[in-house]
Design a protein around this ligand. Structure first.
Ligand SMILES: *Cc1c(COP(=O)(O)O)cnc(C)c1O
Length: 233
């Protein structure tokens, strides 16, 4: 795999070409969730034309407005990837098929209660934090292992796997290490759980680190800037 796209503003003319280039570069089984926070619906349509069907958003209001504007595209899957407050859980379940950022037992329990009334269980990922990072939410491995018995009781949720966001400013080898530990944690949970909790999805890797994430077993990557250019700060 080439690392040519890392941290470089893409040299391609269009979103369409950037998507095509990324798709070619990564293994076919890796799902691309295009992260479209602050990105216009026009550019999202370009991404769609290039084959993107999964969009990731971290703000409910922004996502709901875009979903309305893109309602003519029938086969989209929406992933919530931001910190979700418990009082917004119901709205999130109405508007997203996946909630990748479940970062506490209280939130998981709230989602489970609400999901009892749904026809299909929502797909969720447990957001983990393999390195201390005060600016990020997420379970530490210890917390998660301790809470597993309670998480396993949440029968209305479809727990798909783990999601992680690395802290900024790690070296390449530190990034590799942290992704490998995330993979090992998923395996550990799979093996130690009393009732098996098959964590088949590993959502890790953003524009700056996705090749390492894929090397460590990512099944979902979440690129933003590399497809759409840098965001306003
Ligand atoms: C913003 C964001 C991304 C995308 O980051 P880029 O650096 O633009 O690729 C991925 N995952 C999460 C959770 C994000 O908030």
């Amino acid at each position: 795999m080439t690392h040519s796209l890392i941290a470089e503003p893409p040299n391609f003319a269009s979103v369409r070409e950037r998507v095509a280039h990324l798709r070619q570069e990564i293994p076919p089984h890796v799902r691309i969730v295009a992260v479209t926070k602050t990105v216009s619906v026009e550019l999202m349509r370009e991404a769609y034309a290039a084959g993107i069907r999964d969009f990731g958003e971290n703000r409910l209001q922004e996502a709901i407005a875009k979903q309305a504007a893109l309602a003519d595209l029938p086969d989209l899957t929406w992933h919530f990837i931001g910190h979700l407050q418990r009082n917004k859980a119901k709205q999130a379940l109405t508007h997203f098929q996946w909630i990748q950022s479940v970062d506490s037992l209280a939130l998981a329990q709230r989602l489970n209660d609400l999901a009892a009334n749904l026809t299909a269980p929502p797909k969720i990922c447990l957001q983990v934090k393999l390195r201390p990072d005060p600016s990020k939410f997420g379970w530490t491995p210890e917390d998660l292992l301790e809470r597993l018995p309670e998480l396993q009781k949440l029968s209305h949720l479809s727990i798909q796997g783990l999601m992680t966001i690395l802290p900024l400013h790690l070296s390449a080898s530190e990034q590799q290490q942290a992704f490998q530990e995330t993979h090992a944690l998923a395996q550990q949970i799979h093996q130690h759980a009393t009732t098996p909790l098959p964590l088949t999805e590993l959502s890790m890797g953003m524009s700056g680190d996705y090749p390492f994430a894929i090397e460590a077993g990512a099944t979902i990557i979440r690129p933003g800037r590399i497809l759409f250019g840098s965001r306003p700060t």
